[in-house]
Design a protein around this ligand. Structure first.
Ligand SMILES: [Cu+2]
Length: 373
């Protein structure tokens, strides 16, 4: 009897929670209302079944509870009931799956006039590439990736010369224009997901995956990596800003084309007017250093940067080292060479130029002193 009461309370509690809880889908900001419809349909079908099955269970517990005058009888087969259950289940499953197939067919067929752009995932940051005036993305190859060519651009491909390279976690998109996203990964599995757009797709090393959507609401939307991709996964975040067409173009123009980065113009433009320390701060975000190294002294996956420069650290082998520019340089380029006691060898080696190294070290040395005052 207690069990039956618990079951009934569970059903009432679940239904109340569903209707009263503030946790539901965030407001939709893309064309994918059909994805919401399929989610709603699945919720209704499974929800109704949840209520019916649990109430039926409670009914059976009460109706067939122990009675010494009644004996259970054995019924190995009941054709009628089996047919009924098989057909009912088949209809329920088909009702949940069929609409999804239509939506999926839509999802894997981007409109012909969709704008293309590329997302690259890397432990634990995002970067983006737009095709430039010709509308065609240049070819890339992982073998071309160096500190000067983080996208792995193929320098012989004329289509790539006007590609706009965005080494930042923030990307802008024009409102009401369908976009096709081509996605690749530099290292491990990642998954690009924006809850408000209702779209997500895995990024698989060695493959280009794709999806599409049309942003329909101006605003800023969080990007989350939704595939466990290492210790910094929880901090692999980005931002999509949906703009009016003109604002989008203005934003895009602030970034260098591949040809400009080749001639050195781009790098100069991106860091124009920034001090070495400020450049270091921007780089620490770009390379997602601060996903693991806090700048406020709090405990992280790696040692905090606050008060780090000049400190004497004890290494795993018991020896000590003073944190100076040389030690920081070595630890960025070859993170596992001298592990600080109590930390795991988890940091991926970072490919950076000498100028970038100087900027990062200047930021660790001087940038945080200003901040803590
Ligand atoms: Cu990831």
């Amino acid at each position: 009897m207690v069990f039956a009461v618990v079951l009934i309370l569970l059903v009432i509690g679940s239904v109340l929670f569903h209707f009263l809880s503030p946790w539901y889908l965030t407001p939709l900001a893309s064309n994918w209302s059909t994805i919401d419809d399929t989610l709603g349909l699945t919720l209704w079908i499974t929800g109704i079944l949840f209520v019916v099955i649990n109430l039926f269970l409670a009914y059976c517990v009460i109706k067939f509870r122990y009675n010494k005058d009644k004996r259970a009888h054995y019924e190995p087969e009941n054709k009628k009931l089996e047919i009924w259950l098989t057909v009912g289940t088949a209809i329920g499953v088909a009702a949940m799956l069929t609409p999804g197939l239509y939506v999926w067919a839509d999802f894997v067929n981007p409109p012909k006039d969709a704008d293309v752009f590329e997302i690259v995932g890397k432990q634990w940051s995002w970067k983006y590439r737009f095709p430039g005036d010709d509308g065609i993305l240049g070819s890339v190859d992982t073998r071309h990736i160096t500190s000067d060519n983080p996208f792995g651009m193929n320098s012989d491909d004329p289509n790539g010369q006007d590609d706009v390279l965005i080494s930042s976690g923030e990307v802008h998109l024009p409102i009401d224009r369908p976009v096709k996203l081509l996605m690749r990964s530099d290292d491990v599995l990642h998954d690009f997901a924006v809850a408000e757009f209702r779209v997500k797709m895995d990024m698989v090393p060695g493959m280009v995956t794709q999806m599409w959507f049309t942003p329909t609401k101006l605003g800023e939307y969080d990007v989350l990596c939704e595939e466990l991709c290492g210790v910094g996964h929880y901090n692999m975040r980005g931002l999509v800003v949906v703009d009016e067409e003109n604002d989008f173009k203005t934003w895009l123009n602030t970034y260098p084309t591949y040809a400009q980065t080749l001639s050195g113009e781009g790098a100069a433009a991106a860091t124009e007017g920034l001090s070495l320390v400020e450049q270091g701060r921007e780089l620490s975000k770009l390379y997602a250093c601060t996903a693991c190294h806090s700048i406020d002294g709090s405990t992280g996956i790696g040692p905090t940067w606050q008060g780090l420069f000049g400190k004497t650290e004890t290494l795993a082998d018991g020896t000590t080292v003073v944190v100076d520019a040389d030690y920081l340089k070595e630890s960025i380029l070859n993170p596992n060479a001298k592990m600080v006691e109590g930390y795991q060898p988890l940091m991926p080696p970072t490919v950076v130029t000498d100028e970038e190294l100087d900027a990062l070290i200047a930021y660790i040395k001087e940038g945080l002193v200003e901040k803590s005052e």
